[in-house]
Design a protein around this ligand. Structure first.
Ligand SMILES: Nc1ncnc2c1ncn2[C@@H]1O[C@H](COP(=O)(O)OP(=O)(O)OP(=O)(O)O)[C@@H](O)[C@H]1O
Ligand SMILES: [Mg+2]
Length: 197
């Protein structure tokens, strides 16, 4: 399970410990198991009743639904420092602040839908609440925000490609997040197509 794509979070030995499939040895096998779990999670999202994207319990439940068949720690906040993300001690408060801000943005039409989704997504991956799966979770979370709060279609995150693999779209995505880290949101707005919405 080496060879993480650019901008992916390496796992601690402790976190690898939570893998529910003892036989997995390669990144490719793990990707397949995670993808199958994510598809179950997406089906759950489509049929769910209730649960607000502005509620941190729902945000954790969403992570558990996407990754809980593969990782025992899915849906629980990370306890270790990562190269990306804030101090783990600050995750609960910072995440709730983000959700409160996002609720305010929607209620007061502060941003156009895709800009709100881009800002929401970036702040979520900056907090980096979970040991792994933050990118995929936060892309799906942003799409739920768009649908539930703005009645807007999802972001074309990968445009038919697998955003996890190495390719130009992923590079543009990571570069856009880095620009947003430096408070320049224009590449991320371009990436999600917010410029012309
Ligand atoms: N400089 C950065 N600033 C903010 N977020 C970043 C930065 N670099 C990477 N990220 C985010 O972190 C994610 C990687 O974290 P993690 O490995 O927890 O998620 P993942 O779902 O497993 O990743 P992915 O599916 O994108 O490979 C990236 O997908 C991206 O969303
Ligand atoms: Mg990862």
């Amino acid at each position: 399970m080496t060879d993480d794509p650019d901008g992916a979070t390496p796992l601690d030995p402790d976190e690898r410990h939570g893998l529910r499939f003892a036989h997995v040895t390669t990144r490719g096998e793990l990707d397949e198991l995670e993808q199958a779990n994510i598809e179950q999670g997406l089906a759950w999202i489509a049929r769910r009743r209730g649960g607000s994207i502005f509620d941190d319990r729902f945000v954790r439940t969403l992570h558990k639904r996407l990754f809980g068949d593969v990782w025992a720690w899915a849906g629980t906040y990370r306890r270790t420092e990562k190269t990306i993300g804030i101090d783990p001690l600050h995750i609960p408060v910072q995440l709730r602040m983000l959700l409160d801000d996002a609720r305010y943005w929607a209620k007061n039409s502060v941003y156009r839908p895709l800009e709100a989704a881009a800002r929401f997504h970036h702040r979520m991956v900056q907090v980096h609440p979970f040991p792994n799966g933050n990118g995929r979770h936060a892309r799906i979370a942003a799409d739920i925000l768009l649908q539930d709060a703005y009645a807007h279609p999802p972001v074309a995150w990968s445009i038919g490609f697998d955003l996890q693999a190495h390719h130009a779209r992923r590079e543009a995505y990571i570069a856009a997040l880095r620009a947003a880290d430096a408070r320049d949101y224009s590449p991320l707005l371009a990436f999600v197509g917010a410029r012309d919405s």
